[in-house]
Design a protein around this ligand. Sequence first.
Ligand SMILES: Nc1ncnc2c1ncn2[C@@H]1O[C@H](COP(=O)(O)OP(=O)(O)OP(=O)(O)O)[C@@H](O)[C@H]1O
Ligand SMILES: [Mg+2]
Length: 341
Amino acid sequence: MSVPAAVLPSVPVRILGIDTSCDDTGVGIVELLPDGRVNLLANRVWSQTVHARYGGVMPELASREHVERIDEVMGDALREAGLTVTDIGAVAATSGPGLVGALLVGLMYGKGLAQALNVPFHAAHHLEGHIFAAASEAELRAPFLALVVSGGHTHLFDVPRDGEYVLVGATLDDAAGEAFDKIARLSGLGYPGGPAISEAATRGNPDAVPFKEPLQGQKTFNFSFSGLKTAALLAHRGGAAPEDLAASFQRAAVNVLVKTTTRAAHAHGRRTVVVSGGVAANTALREAFRATDLNVVFPGRGLNTDNGAMIALAGAAAIRAGRPASPLDGGATAYAPLANA
Ligand SMILES: Nc1ncnc2c1ncn2[C@@H]1O[C@H](COP(=O)(O)OP(=O)(O)OP(=O)(O)O)[C@@H](O)[C@H]1O
Ligand SMILES: [Mg+2]
């Protein structure tokens, strides 16, 4: 496969990124410099609250709320960056995966903006965005390994060359974030479950509930979280205190994520590992990864869960790698695997 030459701009280019893949309206702005470095200029997210009463995201309501909020969020992002819209030199927006109706709002808005400004448009993959969120903290150049651990994914990718993704392992059932959310709900700790479990765990005993770490001893690099969920339900019914359940579950989940990722990094000869997605905000997970022999890069503050800055960072990486602009007639896709091998 031929690799396009790196294309660096002769003057700084401000890239505006949009993510409306689920229930967050995110707009971020980054600046790609002629030397290839990238600065984060703004990151604004409107997190929809309308879904709370339903206990899950209502797709149609999400789309409508994106339509209502996106102008305001973009205005806030431009103000935060100290820019006006005509300073924008490229636009990136998530085209998938996600809720199609929700994706379409940001995608059409982004295309319209690019066309009105007469600047290139880049359709971005949501998971590439999660991975490149870590480019806010360190220059991210292949080769590296990436663990995306979020509400919908627990996926390990090897990135041998810029823009090339090889799926190395994935969850066989629930995503890690989903397990955090469901266990928090069953033990009455509230929503979103990740931060609630993380907080409760500081007051609990991690030895109180014996969780078996799933799929350890395997030769592959897959994950499984549904067994932990069932074990948590049984422990809850058996009277385990929510704090103890939180501490014990979190330790098991963190151990599994760190051990499998470390094994995969060693097997693929990668020293740099990106850990991103909502669960990457977890303090215990970060500490455990930092204690490994790997060079682990996490997204900066506010860039773990869905946001527009990560899409702008993915856009910057695409421009730097010499990828051509996307056509303006491309659609949104609910299912879009990132791995191209
Ligand atoms: N401190 C934390 N510890 C553990 N999990 C966390 C923490 N903060 C957030 N999470 C989890 O992160 C998830 C949300 O992350 P994110 O927004 O990246 O996922 P998503 O966009 O819903 O899923 P996907 O990107 O896979 O479509 C939730 O499951 C939430 O509980
Ligand atoms: Mg996401």
